[in-house]
Design a protein around this ligand. Structure first.
Ligand code: MG
Length: 393
């Protein structure tokens, strides 16, 4: 088995936490999902995705919604990147990996060719993807230059890095035992510290790590070029959606991906998540891409009982491939019963997680109709949604 480890324990997915770049969208799909797909496309058999202990469920929801869960094992990470990799290596022992590559969650643009070359290299020995430095590097103290190293011998390390599993595990154990783990900033340095020879494998200039806001612009432009998209950025589009489902016995009541305890649920071909249906129609409407009935026909058995969270991930992706990203969403659920207030925050978090948005850009409201109409008589639930999309490329 050829494993990849993706440390993402600092990614801050919970609401209130500062939003990390790896869950923000690039062309409608979170950076992390692009990264996982790149690894899978390049031939990795399984990915150990390491998250902060409180965020494992959110990572699970996200990978399931984007259909990469089968190849991904979610593990708790540590305090630092190096500690996270050390924990993951220990946790993989039972899976008997032959080789392991470690890849930054914030490098979504690694090509399948690069990943494949790294997997080959990892079987033979420790390696690090790196590119020659372009700028002249200066060594300085107090903003005065002390020394100009010869550029010909300098490389900028990227990821993937890795090697044979057993060798990596021993190197990390040694670094853990002698305190080097607290200093290490990449995997190659842990191997070097253990006296291993680390080979440089030519990386790619496009394989950038998203750290600054300008990196987003560059990554988005590179992805758009790959996918053949190109129109003026910045334009805003508004969309609305409306949906109704009737109540039926022996059905689960699911609203915005949250299963709500109630005596009955909504009837439909999918999970009948009326609120997400309204939201998806609003997004497709804003981009003039039709509606969910056209995209996910109820004659198609693939969508029978499907979680609408999965469909929402597909809609985000479709809208993103057309150059748009969700700016904000506002949903109103009209139900006489049950009381939805206790579930509203989780509903907002669910949508924000899939769309890669801060939770304060997603609003979910619930109202009754004072017992008037079909909602008021408890025959069904309706939902309305408004969204704003922004043209990204
Ligand atoms: Mg519907």
């Amino acid at each position: 088995m050829r494993w990849a480890i993706v440390p993402a324990a600092g990614c801050g997915m919970r609401s209130g936490a500062p939003k990390n770049k790896v869950v923000m969208p690039l062309l409608g799909v979170p950076v992390l999902i692009h990264t996982l797909r790149a690894l899978i496309r390049g031939g990795v058999d399984a990915v150990a995705l390491c998250g902060a202990p409180g965020e494992l469920t959110a990572l699970e929801t996200l990978t399931r919604a984007y259909g990469v869960d089968a190849a991904v094992k979610i593990l708790p990470g540590g305090q630092t990147r190096a500690q996270t990799v050390a924990l993951a290596l220990e946790a993989l022992e039972a899976d008997l990996p032959q080789s392991v590559i470690i890849h930054d969650a914030a490098r979504p643009l690694a090509s399948a060719d690069l990943i494949a070359a790294c997997l080959d290299a990892a079987r033979q020995g420790a390696f690090a993807a790196a590119v020659p430095v372009r700028d002249t590097i200066k060594q300085a103290r107090a903003q005065t230059i002390l020394h100009t190293p010869d550029r010909a011998s300098l490389w900028a390390a990227q990821t993937p890095q890795g090697g044979p599993y057993g060798a990596l595990l021993s190197a990390y154990r040694l670094a853990g035992a002698d305190g080097f783990l607290n200093e290490a900033t990449d995997d190659a340095s842990v191997c070097e510290h253990a006296g291993m020879q680390v080979r440089i494998l030519p990386g790619e200039p496009e394989n950038i790590k998203i750290t600054q806001p300008c990196d987003f612009t560059i990554a988005q432009a590179l992805l758009a070029q790959r996918e053949g998209i190109g129109r003026p950025a910045g334009a805003m589009r508004v969309g609305t959606g409306y949906d109704v489902h009737r109540f039926a016995p022996d059905r689960a009541l699911v609203l915005c991906g949250v299963q709500i305890p109630f005596e009955k649920g909504l009837l439909g071909h999918s999970d009948a998540d009326v609120a997400l249906h309204a939201l998806m129609d609003a997004m497709l409407g804003a981009a003039a891409l039709g509606d969910i009935g056209g995209l996910f026909p109820d004659t198609d058995m693939r969508y029978r009982g499907v979680s609408s969270m999965k469909l929402l991930a597909q809609v985000c992706q479709r809208v993103g491939q057309n150059g748009y990203a969700l700016e904000n969403a506002d949903i109103t659920i009209v139900a006489q019963q049950p009381r939805l207030m206790p579930y509203i925050m989780r509903m907002r978090e669910n949508i924000a997680g899939i769309a890669g948005l801060p939770v304060d850009t997603v609003s979910v409201k619930a109202t009754t109709t004072e017992r008037l109409g079909f909602e008021g008589r408890g025959e069904g639930i309706s939902a309305q949604a408004s969204v704003l999309l922004r043209r990204m490329v």
